[in-house]
Ligand binder design. Sequence first.
Ligand SMILES: NC(=O)c1ccc[n+]([C@@H]2O[C@H](COP(=O)([O-])OP(=O)(O)OC[C@H]3O[C@@H](n4cnc5c(N)ncnc54)[C@H](O)[C@@H]3O)[C@@H](O)[C@H]2O)c1
Length: 434
Amino acid sequence: MNLYGKLVVVGQGYVGLPLAMRAVEVGWSVVGIEVDEGRVKRLSNGESYVEDIPSLVVSEAIDSGRYRASSSYQDASEFDVAVVTVPTPLREGIPDLSYIESSGRSLGPLLRRGATVILESTTYPGTTDELFGPLLEETSGLAAGESFFLGYSPERIDPGNPSWNLVNTPKVISGIDERSLRAVRAFYDSIVETTVPVASVRTAELTKLLENTFRHVNIALVNELAMFAHELGVDVWEAIEAASTKPFGFLRFTPGPGVGGHCLPIDPSYLSWRVRRSLGRSFRFVELANDVNDHMPDHVVRRVLEMLNRRRSAVNGSRILLLGLAYKKNTGDVRESSAVRVAALLAGLGADVRAADPHVDASCLPSGVALVEADAEEVAAADLVIVLVDHDAFSRELVARRARAVLDTRCWLPTQRSGHHDAAPPIAAEIELL
Ligand SMILES: NC(=O)c1ccc[n+]([C@@H]2O[C@H](COP(=O)([O-])OP(=O)(O)OC[C@H]3O[C@@H](n4cnc5c(N)ncnc54)[C@H](O)[C@@H]3O)[C@@H](O)[C@H]2O)c1
């Protein structure tokens, strides 16, 4: 039964599809507008391509008669609420808002009095009131705040997180004025358990960038520390574990081969771009963090060179098995993945690179890299195994028993250090931590 009215979700990706499915579940009648015809076809056949959404959920949504995917904005007409979840990439370091602009231009002519439009795409402060709102006004002939309501609400979806999801993660919401905020709140109160209103759309936009910049900078801090600690002969991982026992004033972040995905490598640069353009100043923390995190794949390669060199081997011709290609544990998302960068660098140096990742398909591999299973044969045959992503699907026991040498960038394997892992299997390999 349609309890609430017609919702349009523009963009049916990692953010838009879960929102559309949740809205169907609570009683909205939903149209998912998606420009990628292939995606529309898959959704219309009841097939999901977003890992956290099972295909069954999509087919049940279609069967309910309250969900359809479409590439035609005409199917969005007469909407009560529209939520925009389109990409916001960087093009040569500059925010690319063209997807927001084109969805605004397409939605504007369909806007009716009393309808609500909410932007969810991650972007810099000012986008909703300076760019998106005026575009909607221009193409609809209606005034934002008077004839229709406008707001911004950042998305906090964390793909693969078993505990925190769209429904139980508090949602920051905002409107360009009081009435808009009320309309935005009414919508999200039907979708999520907790809404967190803030006073302006710019505050909501900044909140998202603050969250991701905080993470980006702290990861850069431990990454740089890991490089120095290695050279100083100190175990950074044990220091992080020890520091994490402090019950206040410390938050645990761990080193790795670099950051990836649609958020960390991109969002902080939206903020630094805005600061530079509006204030003429540089956001030094972001630039430093970009520099450190961007160079982590080079650091991994340097560590590989050191390990092989000690055995009088060269990268060229060595058989190297990479465990994990995705940017994140237990997902198949390879966008901006530093593991893919490591694979490309090693292949470029002439290594025989094989990569195992049960979540990704062969089309994601850089040229010269073969996709294999992380089985005993591959592990034992490799001159070096590099743990890049600690997917649950990989077997610690197998790698620890069968590998000849391992560079573990995630502190995933049991090490000689006592008490570090609960049930440490016997260690047969030479294991080095990042
Ligand atoms: N993926 C995440 O974990 C995450 C988390 C929080 C915020 N975000 C932000 O949410 C936004 C969307 O990210 P995503 O990961 O869902 O991206 P995505 O690429 O998975 O999905 C976006 C979809 O929008 C479609 N699209 C592009 N232009 C369109 C248009 N004019 N009309 C209709 N559809 C259009 C694309 O074809 C694509 O399918 C970005 O701003 C991102 O930074 C993402």
